[in-house]
Design a protein. Sequence first.
Length: 300
Amino acid sequence: MEIANERLIGVVLGNGWVGRYCPWPRGTGVDAAGLATLKSRLRRIWAAGDYDRLARYLEAASEDFFRRLFVPRGSRLLDVACGSGQLALIASRNGIIATGIDIAENQVERARERARVERLGAQFRVADAEALPFADASFDFVTSIVGAMFAPRPEVVAAELLRVCRPGGTIAMANWTRQGFIGKMLGVVSSFVAPSGMPAPVLWGDEATVRERLGPGVSSLQLTRHKVEFNFPFPPREVVRFFRDYYGPTNRAFASLNRDGRKSLQAELEALWSKHNVARGGLTDVEAEWLEVIAVTRRD
Ligand SMILES: C[S@@+](CC[C@H](N)C(=O)[O-])C[C@H]1O[C@@H](n2cnc3c(N)ncnc32)[C@H](O)[C@@H]1O
C-alpha cells in the first residue's frame, strides 16, 4: 500500500470517509508492509512542528479533565498518545504512578525531559496506541486526551484500551467533536488535502460511535460534551501561523500545498478563527468542544 504524502495528512485529519465502521476488512486490514509505511508517515507528521508549544494552551483543560476523574493516589495510570507528557505529568504531581506512550519519539523525549526537570517519576516510552506494550490488566486508569482518536484503526485502539485496563478500572478519553471548533478547523484543513478513505478521528467525539466501540467491554459509560477554551495573547492571524508552525497536521498540510494553496488555507483558517473569536484588542479567545468519555470496564 503506497500512500502519497497529502493522502496521509488526510488520514490524520480524517477527511474522507464519515461512516461508523472502518472500511478495511476486520481482522485483515491493510497488509503488514502497508501498515508499517502508514505508521512511519503518521509518526513523521506528529513529529513535525512542536506540539508541546500548543499543549501548554490546553494545560488548564487537562487539569480539569484529571480532577473530574478522582484518581486515588498510588493508582497506576497509562496515558495513551501522551504527546509531551501533559496528563501523565499532572498525574505524577498528584501521587499517581504514571506512564505515557506516544508514537512520536521527539514528543516522548520532551515528556521525559519535563519529568526530569520536575523530578517526577512518570515514565515515558515510544509505542503505538494500536499495539500497547503492556500485559493485560496492567493499569487502573487508561486515559487519552485528543490522542488515541488519531490512530487509524479505532476498533484496534478500543480493544487495546480495554485489554490493558484492569477489570473494574476506568478508561477516560477527551475527543474533539465534529461540531466543535477544532472539528471545524480540521474540516477546513482536510478540504485542502486528498481524501484518505479512513475513519474520521472526530467519530471518537460522536456518542453513538463511542458506544459501539467501547460499549461491549464496559459496565458503565458516561459521555459528556465539555467546552474547552483556547486563549491566545495574539490575534487570529498569528494563531493560524502558530498552528502552521507547531501543530504537526497543519504544518504538513501547509507544506504539501503550492503558494496559492497556502494563501487560501491561511485565509480560510483566519476567517474561521476570526468568526469564532470573542476577544477584542489583538487577542484570540475561542471556545472548542470535546467529548469526555468515562468508561468502567467489566469485572467478568
Ligand atoms: C493532539 S496531540 C495530543 C497529545 C497529548 N495527549 C496532549 O494532551 O498534549 C496527539 C498526539 O497523538 C499521538 N499519536 C497519534 N497517533 C498515535 C498512535 N497511533 N499511537 C500513539 N500516539 C499517537 C501524536 O504523536 C501526538 O503526540
